[in-house]
Design a protein around this ligand. Structure first.
Ligand code: GAL
Length: 677
């Protein structure tokens, strides 16, 4: 993970939740089961500063000394996610506000705002003192800043946020005239005549706020979170021993995680709860792939940091006292989910949490051990996992054997958080491409591109899909064009290029900046009507669905029409085109990438089943490829309770079983097989 060059396991531990007499036994049991690192203190502000200014670092000093004595490494959390009651009461302006402007009450967590000067000051002072007290302690290997930035809520609507938002806008636009022009405030008489008239989108507007204001507000929240994180990181870096890494955990909205990771952190960590996809007593849609869907989130994490850590890996059944989320992992599932993280690029796996809390909101958020503290099945599974990690150490640091990339971009991610039309097509395609790649066992990357992304970055992949870059720029278009000219294949989807960076729609044909390379112009477009059957097209002999959205494409001279609509009101019109660009080509697909459309595309690009010469894996198991020093590895994961089989077509080496396999191989229910092929 940039700081560890071996696979290692850890656990989240809360010394403040237990009698001190339990600590040593806990630490020794962890070590005996292969857990070598603990993350602590991320919610312990009132232990460090029980009343204002009364700093006391003795409690965690005793814990750290014990860790050093028994040989346990420690990641220290900064506790800014849970300000103590004295702070929120004395300085109400440090609190975040809800949409109607009411300040959040004390009692939960993350009720502060990033822009309150006094909150920054109080946090900075505590972090400084923590870094002085523990920054050279031999047990400390790293720091986690805050906990899950933008979790609980990603909206920041306090007075301090409004003031900071105005400064952010002044810096970006210079003049009100420029802002009015960019935001199109002429619409509905929204023209601003003074900066003081601009607010964060607090009062729920009768209908909706100006979309350009919303887009800039999301960028502003992201900047606020990053600068709050950077403020803490700077203090720690100036004070702590070199070599201690800085991270944070989680992946939440309104946050440019790529930039935060690149500019502020040494390594990025994620919290993986694969069975958090449906609430037991809620009406959430049960996704078809259930826990296997976590692989999509992990692919996104890899786009933020290629070798990341898992700070919280699900180890028990989940819920709060007021929410039910997930049953206990069945035998095998705990290890399966941990291996899913490893397969997708995690080099550090820390379970949440050592023992289930007997007090507080999370009494049902089960950890490895239950309240009664006896050695249980889940602990045995952790032990098995840590033993297995040792057997696959040679894979640590391997690259993903990615056969194509799906491009993402912060402006487009943010716009999709604001614009429901954008979100609908984007989510449909992200899920469709993921399901297609899963079915065809193709490992792929999500790749973040910006105006300064080099062509070489793209050249690592033979094909890139740019599902729905609603916002395009000239720079991105030039980069993609150059990539195609050097031999790459670019595939773009519907809704490309109809907005600018402000989220407004310039008068020009779609796909905007990408038009020159596609050699197309969108003629008609519409969402699929729920009253109609979904449209389809024909690509050669194959039927290809045009799900969710339909565009008819006018092909310019030199652009070939590959598929036309065969049903729906666009029947007979072009649905898919191809234009040669130098040595490569650019395809324009006027719809979203449903699972079958993406499968069709991947098959025709010759990318399906890349390991077919080595192993034949059924669709119902995941296969994740990794490469290191010219060697290829394959993780085969069975998410079903019953055993499944794959065919080894030639001898392959099973790293966990430490034997060579050939012919029919059985993977037990919830089992994992790690092959060198
Ligand atoms: C995570 C969080 C943990 C714990 C867990 C269970 O999101 O980081 O502190 O709260 O969820 O709710």
């Amino acid at each position: 993970m940039g700081v560890l060059n071996r696979y290692e396991a850890g656990v989240c531990y809360y010394p403040e939740h237990w009698k001190e007499t339990l600590w040593e036994d806990d630490l020794r049991r962890m070590l005996a089961n292969g857990i070598k690192t603990v993350r602590v203190a991320e919610f312990a502000w009132s232990i460090f500063e029980r009343t204002e200014g009364a700093y006391d670092f003795s409690f965690f000093a005793r814990f750290l000394d014990l860790c050093a004595r028994v040989g346990m490494k420690v990641i220290l959390g900064t506790p800014s996610a849970t300000p103590p009651a004295w702070l929120t009461e004395k300085y109400p302006e440090t609190r975040n506000a809800d949409a109607s402007g009411h300040l959040y009450a004390h009692g939960g967590r993350r009720h502060y705002n990033y822009n309150s000067p006094i909150y920054r000051q109080k946090t900075g002072q505590l972090v400084q003192k923590m870094a002085e007290a523990y920054g050279h302690h031999p047990a400390v290997v790293g720091w986690q800043i805050d906990n899950e930035l933008n979790c609980e809520t990603a909206d920041f609507l306090s007075e301090a946020d409004t003031l900071a938002f105005r400064s952010f806008l002044k810096k970006n636009y210079g003049t009100l005239d420029a802002l009015n022009e960019a935001w199109g405030t002429v619409f509905w008489s929204q023209t601003y005549t003074a900066w003081e008239k601009i607010f964060v989108p607090r009062q729920n507007a009768v209908s909706a706020h100006n979309p350009s204001l919303m887009l800039d507000y999301v960028r502003f929240v992201s900047e606020s979170a990053i600068s709050f994180c950077a403020m803490q990181a700077q203090i720690i870096r100036a004070c702590a021993a070199p070599g201690q890494f800085i991270t944070t955990n989680g992946m939440f909205g309104h946050l440019d995680n790529v930039r935060m990771s690149r500019d502020v952190l040494d390594v990025y960590m994620y919290d993986s709860y694969p069975d958090f996809w449906y609430g037991v007593d809620q009406t959430w849609k049960k996704e078809e792939l259930h826990d296997r869907n976590a692989s999509l989130a992990l692919t996104r994490v890899r786009s933020i940091c290629r070798h990341f850590g898992i700070m919280e890996q699900q180890s028990g059944g989940n819920g709060w006292y007021n929410r039910m989320e997930a049953p206990m992992p069945r035998p095998g599932q705990l290890e399966l989910w941990a291996m899913q993280s490893v397969a997708h690029g995690a080099d550090y796996i820390s379970f949440f949490r050592w023992r289930t809390s007997p007090v507080g909101t999370e009494i049902y958020w089960h950890g490895i051990l239950d309240y009664d503290n006896h050695d249980n099945r889940r602990l045995r599974e952790v032990r098995k996992f840590t033993e297995h990690l040792e057997k696959i150490q040679e894979i640590c640091g391997a690259d993903t054997d990615a056969r194509f990339a799906v491009l993402t971009n912060p402006d487009n991610l943010f716009d999709a958080e604001v614009d429901h039309w954008h979100a609908r097509v984007e989510n449909a395609s992200q899920q469709g491409i993921f399901e297609a790649a899963q079915a065809l066992h193709v490992t792929y990357d999500l790749l973040d591109i910006r105006d300064d992304t080099s062509v070489e970055t793209l050249c690592a992949y033979p094909l890139v899909i740019v599902p729905h870059f609603v916002i395009t720029t000239h720079e991105m278009a030039e980069c993609l064009k150059a990539y195609a000219q050097q031999g790459g294949t670019v595939v773009i989807g519907c809704r490309t290029g109809y907005k600018d960076r402000h989220g407004t729609c310039p008068m020009r044909p779609m796909p905007g900046d990408f038009r020159e390379m596609t050699g197309t112009a969108v003629d008609e477009y519409s969402f699929a009507s729920p009253a109609e059957k979904e449209a389809t097209g024909k690509w050669g002999d194959e039927e290809i669905p045009a799900a969710c959205f339909m565009e008819s494409l006018k092909a310019e001279e030199g652009t070939e029409i590959l598929a036309r609509y065969t049903t729906g009101y666009l029947k007979g019109e072009p649905l898919l085109t191809l234009r040669q660009n130098g040595k490569g080509k650019v395809l324009h697909f006027g719809s979203t990438f449903s699972k079958s459309a993406a499968m069709c595309l991947l098959r025709r690009a010759g990318l399906a089943e890349p390991y077919a010469g080595d192993v034949q894996v059924p669709e119902s198991m995941e296969a994740v490829g990794r490469v290191k020093n010219g060697k290829r590895y394959l993780f085969i994961l069975n998410y079903l309770p019953e055993s499944q089989q794959f065919e080894a077509k030639r001898p392959v080496y099973d790293l966990l079983g430490q034997e060579t396999l050939e012919g029919t191989v059985t993977v037990p229910g919830y089992g994992v097989c790690v092959l060198r092929i």
